[in-house]
Ligand binder design. Sequence first.
Ligand SMILES: *Cc1c(COP(=O)(O)O)cnc(C)c1O
Length: 410
Amino acid sequence: MQATELGFNTMLLHGVDTSYSHGATHVPIYQSSAFRHENAEELENIFTNKSMGFSYSRINNPTVEDFEKRITLLEGGIGSVACSSGMSALFNAFMNILQSGDEVVASAGLYGGTVELFEDLEAFGITTRYVKENVPEAYEELINDKTRVIFAETIGNPKLDVTDIKGLADMAHAHKLPLIIDNTTTTPMLVKPLSLGADIVVHSSSKYINGNSDAISGVLVSGGKFHFDERYPGLLPYKKYGPYAYIAKLRNGLFRSTGGCLSPQNAFLNILGLETLGLRVERQCENAWELAQYLRVLDQDFVVNYPGFFDHPDHRLASEQFNNHYGAIVTVRVGSKERAFSIMNKLKIPYILSNIGDTKTLVLHPASTIAVHLSKEEQEQSGVYDDLIRISVGIENIDDLKKDFEQAIQ
Ligand SMILES: *Cc1c(COP(=O)(O)O)cnc(C)c1O
């Protein structure tokens, strides 16, 4: 049976070659900075890309490579590069193709850290333009002869708007532009953006992929289908690698030079987490759906936002793209900042912290934390209000979560 034909959970467990030494059922943690070789020729071949192999863990490492192979399979790509964090993966994904004078067109409700990265890139002559509305036509309007990449997240956070990945990919390709998608909030369990036409997929694997919130990491996956023309001069020397040009350039260039590699220990923790990705995300999405409905009933004045609701503006799009699940993030507007704080403080089960994708339920007041640096107008564009609580729903028993929210609200 081909690995690509396996069901999602089987693929997580048995998709890659797991014939580890001594019959170990888990990948060894190759906690080694460098790798020795039998003779000088062998190392020369590795350094000159004539043969595959390991030389130094900043460039690659067997445990990290095992993680990369799993992600490549899950996303249906041709190759992956694991990084020290999601931000590092995003930085590498963009800077591998951009140079001074280039522009990015991106969705408005992006993860705050990514918006800050784009601000930092301005010092290097790279400008980002944001769409007001997350529809392909809005991106198209911002494209000019300097545009080199289109970027979006599958579900904006905390706005919870859903990106039309296929529509955006078709539009981008009509302009000979690649589409990069941040698939952190949905994971390949809900959607494989490469199969809808995206060219590069990026994850903060610190979230659902790791699952237990015990390691920061990121990963990017290449689909290998996009043809980078002469507007991407940095890629020209890598043309000989065909579909692998993008990955080859990273490994021989920026990724190697900036040193944002993943540690073998954290790669191992991610591989362990991956085994239960399907089970966790399924339960998290089911819990989110139930909690969202319950919050609506608890207080008629609450404005509960969840793409699973039939009356959510992007519900149809989400149904078409997302494999019958709608993510595990719910937001609720409770009337005032004071009420939001009071509810958060009275909750006994959820942790108050800035993260998503944990097995445990997490709550956050975005306006005073992750979006505090934004103007009121920018906040509203990214779906942030003073009375809004973001809930990253965990795998607890739903009845306990319901009871806890009920007592906190009353
Ligand atoms: C957390 C997050 C990131 C950044 O990832 P780190 O692992 O924290 O560096 C990027 N994009 C999204 C959507 C995220 O949630």
